[in-house]
Design a protein around this ligand. Structure first.
Ligand code: S3P
Length: 474
């Protein structure tokens, strides 16, 4: 069950066998990009199922500040819920005040690419968590292209001050597996002189590429013989054709669906289907790993343009889950799912090893630390490593500790914390719903708004309880 206590949530074991079909709101990554690329298009774009999360409302506010009209349509549910009056590649206005990027790394890094291409001054600043996330990774390529960007802490942390314009093209190999860095350079390249070529050793999520292609932009993506992905972007340097407007229905967010997929697998007798969710392989590494562990999860594809979309059905299969070593090449395809994956691994027989995942240290929290801290407090046998963690899980964790004896820690109340990280908060709530004879209290859960303000609404439909969560205004 779920109980609310100010910004704390008490989660305890459910006895009901959940049978449910749900939908989750629009994908956060695509929502950011659709607002950005709709704003830069020449003409009216229509978006439906746009994510109303805190991160995405910050993106809408940022582009309004840059002079773009973005309106919520009166008649929603028509497939055209938001109207963006795109200003074209040369139409953004210098903002008169600081652009607030809230908790969003995607907004900060992607908009920095766009601002770098525009001949005006702007400042980006977010909340205390965002303002401690590394930005050198984007400042380096943008500076090579000719933008002037300074920031706190020797230029690594926001606030960032951007003086853009006059960009030249570059060849750049992205040194960390990051779709945010890649997308930042692609967006800057739209404004540069000449063709920019970007190489990533391991292809990361490609929503920017997919949307730009959908808008008829001259962008080429190749797989070279050495592997990875090579992206060439034609620079328009202030002339040349504009981007075509978008008219899209944004598929559900796989990262939000993942919490319900986990609940379906772990909760006795459950069967949960998440419909109309994005199934882009660079996002669904979790499904591959779950299959390796023996989980009962099935997908069926219902659409492919501009992104592969479909339904995911997760059935109770906790008793047959085995621990695994997560293949390193899958890490970036499930980068946002490690917190909820750690919960699934805690209930899987034997050892699960995550390595090569050092990027987790620079997410909304240091997710290696915050996962390990919380699981340890919950009585789970977990070890931290430099670039991951190791969990010794048990399907009967519900009653026993790792030595097989009744765990004193399974009685009463265990206090955990989100450390301001939305995905840690939701993962620990799901864990609390699966554990029996005890309650997990998760502190600082307001951050759930960052990506998934509808989380409790959806949970309350499948496990009746009263909801008192807040909503964003657009
Ligand atoms: C995102 C890319 C990922 C992911 C983030 C969203 C995106 O970050 O963790 O939540 O929309 O491009 P990195 O690309 O920096 O790994």
């Amino acid at each position: 069950m779920i109980e609310f206590k100010a910004d704390k949530v008490l989660a305890s074991g459910i006895s009901k066998e959940i049978k449910a079909e749900i939908e989750v709101p629009g994908d956060k990554s695509i929502s950011h990009r659709a607002v950005m690329l709709g704003s830069l298009a020449a003409g009216k774009s229509y978006l439906s199922n746009l994510s109303l999360s805190g991160d995405n409302s910050a993106t809408v506010a940022a582009f309004r500040k840059l002079g773009v009209r973005i309106e919520k349509q009166k008649l929603s549910g028509t497939g055209k819920d938001f109207l963006i009056k795109g200003v074209g590649l040369r139409g953004l206005k210098e903002p008169v005040s600081v652009i607030n990027t809230a908790n969003s790394g995607t907004l900060t890094r992607l908009i920095a690419g766009i601002l770098a291409g525009n001949d005006f001054f702007s400042v980006l600043s977010g909340d205390k968590y965002l303002n401690s996330r590394p930005m050198k990774r984007i400042i380096e390529p943008l500076s090579l292209m000719g933008a002037k960007i300074t920031g706190r802490n020797g230029g690594n942390y926001p606030p960032l001050a951007v003086s853009g314009g006059g960009l030249k093209s570059i060849f750049y190999e992205v040194p960390v597996p990051s779709a945010q860095v890649k997308s930042c350079i692609i967006l800057a390249a739209l404004f540069a002189q000449g063709d920019t070529v970007i190489y990533e050793k391991k292809a990361t999520r490609d929503h920017t590429e997919n949307l730009l292609k959908f808008q008829g932009y001259a962008l080429k993506v190749e797989t070279p013989s050495i592997g990875g992905s090579l992206i060439s972007v034609k620079g328009r340097a202030g002339n040349g054709p504009e981007l075509k407007p978008l008219d899209i229905n944004i598929p559900g967010d796989f990262s939000s669906a993942a919490f319900f997929i986990a609940l379906g697998i772990l909760s006795e007798g459950a069967e949960i289907t998440v419909k109309n969710v994005i199934l882009n392989e660079k996002r669904t590494g979790l499904l591959k790993v779950l299959e390796m562990m023996g989980a009962d999860v099935k997908t069926n594809v219902t659409g492919t343009v501009p992104e592969k979309t479909g339904n995911v059905k997760a059935r109770y299969s906790r008793s047959r889950l085995n621990g695994i070593s997560v293949p390193r090449e899958i890490v970036s395809d499930m980068i946002d799912e490690f917190p909820i994956f750690s919960v699934i691994a805690s209930f899987s027989e034997g050892k699960t090893i995550v390595s090569g995942a050092q990027e987790l240290r620079v997410k909304e929290s240091d997710r290696i630390k915050t996962v390990v801290l919380n699981l340890k407090k919950a009585g789970i046998d977990v070890k931290e490593s430099e670039d991951g963690f190791e969990i010794n899980g048990r399907p009967d964790l519900i009653k026993h500790n790792s030595n097989g004896v009744i765990n004193p820690k399974t009685e009463g109340l265990t206090k955990l914390n989100s450390y301001g990280d939305h995905r840690i908060a939701m993962s620990m709530i799901i864990m609390g719903l699966v554990l029996k004879n005890r309650k997990l209290e998760i502190g600082d859960t307001g951050c759930i708004n960052t990506s998934f303000p509808e989380f409790f609404d959806i949970l309350s439909k499948i496990l009746p309880f009263k909801v008192s969560a807040s909503k964003n205004k657009f």
